[in-house]
Design a protein around this ligand. Structure first.
Ligand code: PLP
Length: 426
């Protein structure tokens, strides 16, 4: 099939699984830890990565493989590796190329869980981080890079600050220093933005969010664009023999996708944090309607943002798609098809008034989630971003009164009516 020429909608529906003659129409759920072989040599070859196949689900599984191929195709990458969660994806995306003593430049407006992962947990592995503003100039970005820096990390559309990344600028600076740009593309999804087209080298996802889209499965994905020059003196583990694989050299033996093969052969194999087959099965089904859902999420969010903007009890609204948003120039460049389904707002009267509104919503639920088909709200300062200090909250763009709305795909009139009646109680 001519997958290279398919539009995103077709990729979403068709890619990842092609049934053989008489085979099941839908990719089967292979709920099996292991695989049977008739001869010992076949298994030995699989262990040595001399041929492709499956021998133990901790490393790879046919259902997960289908979902990996679908997401790789959606992003336009050469390979993808499924992980147990988005957190795991972001951790492994960096651990695969940075080790004790190394350094990463990251934007400050990241999801709170990622900030916590970097500043607490990954710090214990010996990595250090410098956080820069998403608005940083090229000079400021340059100044943050050190000789031991191994990657630049950013979110394409920050959760919950909703800052749109100037991905071309970040890629330019990263590449000038021989560094890969790692972009968490969870909020836009490849339907709204494909960061590889603007210079990103590695893309991560919490597939828990829009890719699954139905709030059924926690999962993550790391996608490799291909073509990055790992042989520039900064990444010895990709160019020197891997003794745990009989001297395999990733860039030489797997030139198309060295980063992904190393990731699976070392990190997924040793930590056992790959995606669960059932989660891949459900997420794959979700991803098949990604294009339809993202259009509706985006149009509903814009309409709700416009309603809130005019409401007398609302102090402020943040949605990059609003006409007067200062982010419009970046939106026109990177988010032409829509700005996704998340918006934030503050109620006049502050945190207490906001709490009353949240408690009064009938259709929109209070839920620690974002990016599924049902509308929900959350108060980041007391929930998802609770572990952050006051300074980190400000850097992440989280004011105390911020209410985050994940706008679902219900009818917009029902959503507006719900927020209207709740605001009346503020
Ligand atoms: N990245 C972003 C942008 C997120 O919003 C989240 C979770 O909300 C994560 C990563 C972490 O993903 P998960 O909850 O699947 O571990």
């Amino acid at each position: 099939m001519e997958q290279n020429h398919w539009k995103l909608e077709t990729i979403a529906v068709q890619s990842g699984y092609t049934p053989e003659n008489g085979g099941p129409r839908v990719q089967p759920l292979v709920q099996s830890t292991t695989y049977k072989y008739n001869d010992a040599q076949s298994v030995a070859d699989l262990f040595d990565l001399k041929r492709e196949g499956f021998f133990y689900t901790r490393l790879a599984n046919p259902t997960v493989d289908c979902f990996e191929k679908k997401v790789a195709a959606l992003e336009g990458g050469v390979a993808a590796v499924g992980t147990s969660s988005g957190q795991n994806a972001n951790a492994l995306a960096l651990l695969n190329i940075a080790r004790c003593g190394d350094h990463v430049v990251a934007v400050s407006s990241l999801y709170g869980g990622t900030v916590s992962l970097f500043t607490n947990t990954l710090k214990k592995t010996g990595l250090s981080f410098t956080f820069v503003s998403p608005d940083a100039s090229e000079e400021e970005l340059e100044a943050a890079i050190r000789p031991e820096t191994k990657a630049v990390f950013a979110e394409m559309l920050a959760n919950p600050a909703l800052v749109v990344l100037d991905v071309e600028k970040f890629a330019r600076v990263a590449h000038r220093h021989g560094l890969p740009l790692v972009v968490d593309n969870t909020f836009p999804t490849p339907f709204l933005c494909r960061p590889f087209e603007f210079g990103a080298d590695i893309i991560t996802h919490s597939t828990t969010k829009y890719l699954d889209g139905h709030a059924t499965s926690v999962g993550g994905m790391i996608v490799e664009k291909g073509g990055f020059d790992w042989n520039n003196g900064k990444f010895p583990e990709l160019v020197e023999p891997d003794q745990s694989y009989h001297g395999l050299i990733y860039v030489r033996d797997f030139p198309a996708a060295p980063y992904s093969v190393k990731l699976r052969a070392q990190w997924i194999r040793d930590l056992g944090s790959g995606m669960a087959p059932f989660n891949a099965f459900l997420s794959m089904m979700g991803a098949e309607t990604l294009h339809l859902r993202m259009e509706r999420h985006s149009s509903n969010a814009l309409a709700l943002a416009e309603f809130l903007e005019k409401h007398p009890k609302v102090g402020w609204v943040n949605y990059p798609g609003l006409k007067n948003s200062p982010q419009q120039p970046l939106v026109r460049k990177y988010l032409k098809r829509g700005c996704s389904g998340v918006l934030s707002f503050g109620v006049k009267g502050g945190v207490k008034a906001g709490e009353r509104v949240m408690d009064s919503l009938k259709l929109a639920a209070i839920a620690v989630h974002v990016a599924d088909i049902r509308t929900c709200v959350l108060h980041p300062a007391s929930m998802t971003h609770r572990q952050l200090s006051e300074a980190e909250l400000i850097a992440a763009g989280v004011s105390p009164d911020l209410i985050r709305v994940s706008v679902g795909i219900e009818h917009i009139e029902d959503l507006i009516a719900d927020f209207d009646q709740a605001l009346a109680k503020a």
